[in-house]
Design a protein around this ligand. Structure first.
Ligand SMILES: Nc1ncnc2c1ncn2[C@@H]1O[C@H](COP(=O)(O)OP(=O)(O)OP(=O)(O)O)[C@@H](O)[C@H]1O
Ligand SMILES: [Mg+2]
Length: 456
């Protein structure tokens, strides 16, 4: 994307020249010949402007008013002041007041361009931070869950937040890995940014420069130096999502950063120290990737200092009613309409469904149901067909992902389901199942030793 430069200058010939020089070098320019107009533009476009070049004296306004206007609306754009030879002193004052640099008329195109490049490079981390902040949702991460595995996870999140060790988050797609990463950052008290990057979404030849930045001479087309996301995350947390897709060629570089706490921009000879907490996530089996030579073993161990696993939603159906309520609340807040009720049979279907897409799929199903609901209650008809068809009676088959279950598995699933419906009350569950309590306890113990989660 081209940088956007506002040029304010009342000498029209000069204005045109500036504009020409800048656009020939690939910058996008907005030109104004009038101080007040410049002020209006700064207010309106503050999020889009990367740099302001202004004449010091213009009708209707003085350069320093423009400068403070830029500061007032908290634009991260640096300001370059153009001044006549006679008023250098005032220009120096403006630099003291926060302008990036001044240039005296007359000047050569090169002189201007090098000032522009420097100003943009120096302000790049700030502008990048501002961009990420703008795009970040304002509400703090809210993780819902009361099941035993989730409570254990909350405890781990709290402890992980206190340390600065690298964290690896695993879990199926849609289980909330990014949400967990965000909460670790928020609870950590680190005052830098949370900077997420999806390693699978960036072409492999660009990812090194994206992470570590590059110098102006790094490769053809690199017009000017650029900081990477590690620099953007200074003092904060970088979230490396889909870490399994990090190209093998870049893996040693990340390893070095984790070991030494330094980065090296592409094309640079020197390293620089960074203070960034690294949280990575994957829904792949990284250990398997290590065995197959797709992922470096040493990096795997470096990332895996603290391991957080988020269980799939079908392994913690106890959380489903809570999540349903949460998403209904959220929708009501957003739309300003009253909250919908959920019919018990709707909830039963939702709880029995296997949710291959996990919480994300549940969230979408609820959103859709709310949009479709005719009354004040969510009925089974409002649910997506795959959910209403596979919830309830056919849930056993859905949960086994197509394979036929053994009788023992059906028994186990049924017992756990009844246990859930009684809210974990073992006496009541035993009664409904026609078992004595001892037998129920024995069976639950067996399931536990098989690694099946029987706790609600
Ligand atoms: N425990 C939870 N409480 C509330 N919302 C949740 C919870 N878990 C996930 N969500 C919501 O579900 C959606 C998916 O979560 P998120 O993007 O964190 O998943 P993910 O594990 O990163 O998925 P993917 O592997 O596909 O990237 C988000 O809208 C998130 O807010
Ligand atoms: Mg994710």
């Amino acid at each position: 994307m081209n940088e956007r430069v506002l040029v304010a200058e009342d000498d029209l010939y000069m204005l045109e020249t500036l504009q020409e020089v800048l656009s020939e070098s690939g910058y996008e320019t907005v030109a104004v010949a009038d101080g007040e107009e410049a002020l209006r533009l700064i207010k309106r476009e503050r999020e889009l402007l990367d740099l302001v070049i202004t004449d010091m004296k213009m009708p209707g306004i003085k350069g320093d008013e423009l400068l403070s206007a830029v500061r007032d609306c908290r634009a991260e754009a640096p300001v370059i002041v153009i001044t006549a030879f006679g008023s250098v002193e005032q220009a120096v004052d403006m630099v003291k007041a926060g302008a990036f640099q001044y240039i005296t008329k007359p000047f050569k195109a090169d002189e201007l361009l090098s000032a522009v490049e420097q100003a943009l490079e120096t302000s790049a981390p700030l502008r990048e931070q501002a961009r990420i902040r703008r795009e970040m949702p304002v509400t703090p991460a809210q993780i819902i869950g009361a099941s035993r595995p989730m409570r254990a996870l909350f405890d781990l999140i709290g402890r992980a937040a206190q340390s600065s060790s690298t964290v690896l988050i695993t879990g199926e797609s849609g289980t909330g890995k990014e949400l967990v990463a965000r909460s670790i950052h928020e609870l950590s008290g680190r005052n830098g940014l949370f900077v997420p990057i999806n390693c699978s979404a960036i072409p492999s030849e660009l990812i090194e420069a994206e992470l570590f930045g590059h110098t102006g001479q790094a490769f053809t087309g690199a017009k000017q130096a650029r900081p990477g996301l590690f620099e953007t995350a200074e003092g904060g947390t970088i979230f490396l999502d889909e870490i399994g897709d990090l190209p093998l060629g870049v893996q040693p570089k990340l390893l070095r950063t984790l070991q030494e706490g330094t980065i090296r921009r592409v094309g640079a000879s020197a390293e620089q120290v960074v203070n960034v907490r690294v949280v990575a996530a994957t829904n792949r089996d990284l250990e398997e990737d290590v065995k197959e030579g797709l992922f470096r073993e040493d990096l795997y161990w470096r990332l895996n200092v603290i391991h957080l696993h988020i269980p799939a939603l079908r392994e913690r159906p106890f959380d489903i009613p809570l999540l349903v309520e949460h998403f209904i609340n959220k929708a009501a807040e957003l739309s300003g309409r009253p909250q919908l009720d959920v019919l018990p049979e709707t909830l039963a279907i939702l709880t029995a469904y296997s949710w291959p897409g996990n919480v994300r799929e549940l969230e979408n199903a609820i959103e859709r149901a709310i949009a479709l609901a005719r009354g004040a209650r969510l009925t089974p008809d409002d649910l997506p067909e795959r959910v209403s068809k596979n919830g309830g009676a056919s849930a056993f088959i859905a949960r086994s992902s197509g394979r036929n279950l053994t009788l023992r598995e059906v028994e186990r699933d049924y017992i756990l389901e009844v246990l859930r419906k009684t809210g974990g009350n073992k006496s009541r569950a035993a009664e409904q199942l026609g078992l004595d309590r001892k037998t129920l306890y024995r069976k639950l113990d067996e399931y536990r030793t098989e690694g099946v989660s029987v706790d609600l």
